[in-house]
Design a protein around this ligand. Structure first.
Ligand code: GCB
Length: 880
């Protein structure tokens, strides 16, 4: 049932009164702006009877985008609120400012449609003045729709299009004479720095002054420039006569002598404050301010990026805007936290991907000293329609005008991998392709022209996937800068192919400045190996890949920079990696806990002394043992110091040189508990670990459960039970392991397993990898009683088509996708005709436990009836 929200009205009227009580006459004459985020009555179209009170920022997809369903609700949501408008606002102008709502928004006031906006990532302002009723409650209703709309980009992409009013909403009360609010700049005024040198920074300030009154007004407009210390540096003023109902362009230009330049090391910010005063009464009518910075930059196809005349390799990350539990509806504090982490990593550059972010993000980049590429979400494909084109152009105008003053922004992007869908769509004819190419190139040219027209002082940019279509169509010749999204060693070829690709591109297009805008594999902090392979999702492979990219990029001065994909894991409902519905290429986890590779970048990029020892499986290492029974383990230490000294249990000291931010210690440690300390100059890092021997697992069973991640070369850590599922091996006498079979590999490109969502578990990686066609699994344990748990899954999604099949002896009639097998323990049948597809469905996590009385070793036998037996994991516990 819908609840009537009494509280809202009271709070708003109280707020209004409070503002009046607090403000004296002269201040009240100016603009007031405050958020109206609290207490909205929210209803989702698909559940009209369920209404709830919510605060903004809000999305309705924070939960459903992460379920096993693999899709989330895309439709309409409505937010309602009563807003008391005091009589005192009778002669005022009222506006509502949205920082962003995804993706189409319509606003009603007192049942009258005030305005609509398309596009989920830029801000917009509607004027309410003509619809308000003073001295009473006004009904405000926002309708937001995040349904797929072929006329609004993005059409599809590898991230969630969470619906809702997911950024702040504010009310603005201004005088009838006010600086323009309701244009595409959404209340921003533009500060340009067309020519900056170390001696002098020219600036131009532009705005539009609106006289919404019915009479002529004589005004004085003043511009104050404050230096980074907050002292007034300059005051410029002009007088204007504003005719009734007019819009008047305002422009100031001047220069700053010996400017304090903005840079990542010294992000000095100036402030421009614009005021308008009534000439007759001397009353201030409106005021706006914005920070800005003085810097100049250029990009060179041979030597890369230059800031304030000095070369600067751009290194950093891409960042998406979502977070667990919150979706895209983040409080500003979490945006800040992210950007602090990006800065603490040592980045000087960030690609704000794949759409304009919260206004605070741009402020943070300015403040923290992070150069930025900012882009609009035209991704993978376009629609050939005038409305789509117009929406794209409008989005780019809003993007540029709203974030124009930020010195951090140096590149405006407008397309990402725009031919991706065309390249992979086998149904398209050559004519179709020609048409797509023609319309896409035309749109790119329009966007590029519009971007340059609005902002001639920044670079235009586009990101491409690894395909020559961007060169052959000429689209890559349109922008100033090309960003390559290159996944060598993951989607494509091998890590070492990167260099050759870059060299070839540079040779063929020697005048084209390039960056690597995306790179990096998926990684899961629960997965550990010392023998990393592509697609194993181990942190070790992630490290290896980032090391390789960094080296190859640093060897090539013509590559202007690189941004890792991605700062943190992010939600993408279509994905099925080792954490379903999440893209795991982050340097941090989705919850922003760290992966080792984040610290590797710190070692490469930070200037203050730094050392960090990689962490795995909360300190539990199952190692291969040497002939003396000591564990062998590989430890990476990241540092920016020349040497690292390693103390083991405060005594044994190893000293090694650091190269390119890293040193590898090959340690031999007795089984048991150890304290490792890494010292590098004045800094140190400490880490406690327990070393176990894999070869003595059989003895370990006496003390604790022993778990094996069958069919995988990786150890898997279950954060819930804290168990480590050690990687598999083939059986040898006196030991443990599988007998026969091969590592299951669904996709030949990938090394092991199947990257599909396994239902019924959070331990997907355990079930995704398996040994297929094994005849036995053995542990040469002491005689006694054991509890055995088998982890199993049917990896063949088509297998469910045979669910109805009832096994007969006529095996030649069996469908090819059928898998049926018996499981025997030391010769005794435990599972007869196990058919996982029939009994549990494909890709479901199945755990079957049974007791086994063991004499002369534990032998689990697998007998195929149809297809080949599979086993994903095995756990053995001693029963006392
Ligand atoms: C890309 C896309 C990005 C994806 C990424 C991936 O090239 O630009 O949106 O998320 O690849 O992880 O596949």
């Amino acid at each position: 049932m819908r609840k009537k929200s009494f509280g809202t009205k009271r709070i708003v009227s109280f707020l209004g009164l409070l503002l009046f009580a607090l403000l004296d006459g002269s201040v009240y004459a100016q603009r007031q702006e405050f958020t109206i985020n609290s207490s909205w009555q929210f209803t989702l179209d698909c559940e009209p009877s369920m209404s709830e009170t919510v605060n903004l920022p809000h999305t309705w997809n924070a939960q459903d985008a992460f379920t096993d369903k693999g899709h989330y609700y895309r439709g309409k949501g409505t937010y309602e609120k009563e807003l008391f408008i005091p009589n005192e606002w009778q002669n005022k102008r009222l506006f509502i400012r949205f920082e962003g709502a995804n993706q189409s928004t319509r606003l009603w006031l007192n049942k009258q449609l005030v305005g609509e906006h398309h596009g989920g990532y830029t801000g917009f302002v509607f004027e309410l003045s003509d619809y308000i009723r003073t001295g009473e409650d006004n009904e405000l209703m926002i309708e937001v729709d995040n349904r797929h709309n072929p006329d609004i980009p993005p059409l599809e992409a590898d991230f969630n299009f969470y619906g809702g009013v997911y950024r702040d909403v504010s009310l603005i009360v201004s005088n009838s004479v006010h600086f323009d609010l309701a244009s595409e700049a959404a209340g921003n005024f533009l500060i340009q720095t067309p020519e900056v040198t170390a001696d002098k920074a020219e600036f131009q300030v532009e705005s539009v002054l609106v006289n919404g009154s019915k009479s002529k007004r004589g005004v004085q407009i003043k511009l104050n420039i404050f230096n980074p210390q907050g002292e007034i540096l300059k005051t410029l003023s002009q007088e204007r006569k504003l005719s009734a109902g007019s819009q008047n362009s305002i422009r100031f230009s001047d220069f700053i002598q010996n400017p304090a330049l903005w840079s990542p090391e010294h992000p000095h910010l100036y402030k421009a404050e614009l005021t308008v005063t009534d000439k007759k009464t001397g009353q201030q009518l409106d005021e706006m301010s914005s920070s800005f910075g003085c810097r100049w930059f250029s990009i060179d196809a041979e030597e890369g990026f230059f800031l304030n005349g000095k070369p600067l390799k751009l290194i950093g990350v891409n960042r998406h805007q979502d977070y667990p539990v919150l979706g895209n509806a983040l409080p500003n504090a979490l945006h800040r936290k992210d950007y602090e982490l990006i800065k603490e990593m040592g980045s000087n550059f960030v690609r704000i991907a794949h759409y304009p972010h919260d206004p605070d993000v741009y402020r943070l980049c300015d403040e923290l000293g992070l150069l930025a590429w900012s882009e609009i979400p035209i991704i993978n494909e376009i629609t050939n329609s005038t409305t789509f084109t117009n929406n794209c152009l409008q989005m780019q105008r809003e993007h540029i005008m709203q974030f124009f003053n930020h010195p951090s922004v140096v590149m405006w992007g407008y397309m990402n991998e725009i031919f991706l869908r065309m390249v992979f769509n086998r149904k398209l004819t050559d004519d179709d392709k020609e048409q797509i190419i023609a319309t896409t190139v035309e749109l790119a040219q329009q966007l590029d022209d519009e971007t340059r027209r609005l902002d001639p002082d920044r670079l235009t940019a586009m990101a491409l996937h690894n395909n020559q279509v961007y060169n052959t169509t000429g689209i890559a010749d349109i922008p100033d800068v090309i960003g390559w999204n290159l996944y060598f060693g993951w989607y494509d070829a091998t890590l070492d192919d990167l260099g050759a690709f870059l060299d070839k591109e540079h040779k063929r297009y020697p005048k084209r400045p390039i960056l690597i805008t995306e790179y990096g594999p998926g990684a899961d902090t629960r997965i550990h190996t010392e023998n990393p392979k592509p697609w194993d999702y181990s942190e070790a492979y992630q490290l290896k890949s980032h090391q390789s990219y960094y080296r190859q990029v640093m060897e090539r001065p013509f590559v202007a920079g690189m941004t890792a994909w991605n700062f943190a894991d992010f939600g993408s409902a279509g994905r099925q990696d080792t954490r379903p519905r999440i893209n795991q290429k982050g340097l941090l986890n989705f919850d922003r806990t760290d992966k080792n590779v984040y610290h590797y970048y710190q070692a490469l990029l930070l200037e203050t002394p730094f050392v960090y020892m990689e962490r795995h499986n909360p300190g539990q290492y199952f190692c291969d043992a040497d002939s003396d029974g000591n564990g062998q383990l590989l430890l990476h230490v990241f540092s920016n110091q020349p040497n690292v000294e390693l103390l083991v249990d405060d005594s044994q000291i190893l000293n090694q040189a650091v190269k390119d931010g890293i040193t590898e210690f090959q340690l031999t440690l007795p089984i048991g508990h150890h304290i490792l300390k890494a010292k590098a100059g004045a800094v140190s890092d400490q880490y406690n670990l327990d070393v176990y021997s894999r070869s003595s697992l059989n003895q370990l069973i006496d003390k604790q459960a022993v778990c094996v991640n069958v069919g995988s070369h990786c150890d898997y850590y279950d954060p819930l039970t804290k168990e480590i599922w050690v990687h598999d091996q083939s059986y040898t006498k006196g030991e443990w392991g599988h007998v026969g079979g091969t590592v299951y590999q669904r996709n030949k490109q990938k090394f092991q397993g199947t990257a599909i969502n396994i239902t019924g578990t959070d331990n997907d990686p355990l079930f995704q990898t398996m040994q297929e066609g094994l005849s036995e699994y053995r542990f040469d344990v002491a005689d006694g009683s054991y509890r055995v748990t088998l982890l199993l899954t049917e990896p063949n999604l088509k297998a469910s088509s045979s669910l109805i099949y009832n096994l007969t002896d006529e095996t030649d009639e069996l469908a090819a996708d059928l898998r049926i097998f018996d499981v025997l323990v030391n010769g005794h049948m435990v599972l007869y005709n196990l058919n996982m597809a029939r009994d549990f469905g494909a890709a479901h996590a199945v755990a079957i436990s049974f007791e086994a009385k063991v004499q002369n070793g534990l032998v689990i036998g697998f007998e195929n009836k149809a297809g080949q037996a599979v086993l994903s994991g095995i756990k053995v516990e001693k029963i006392r």
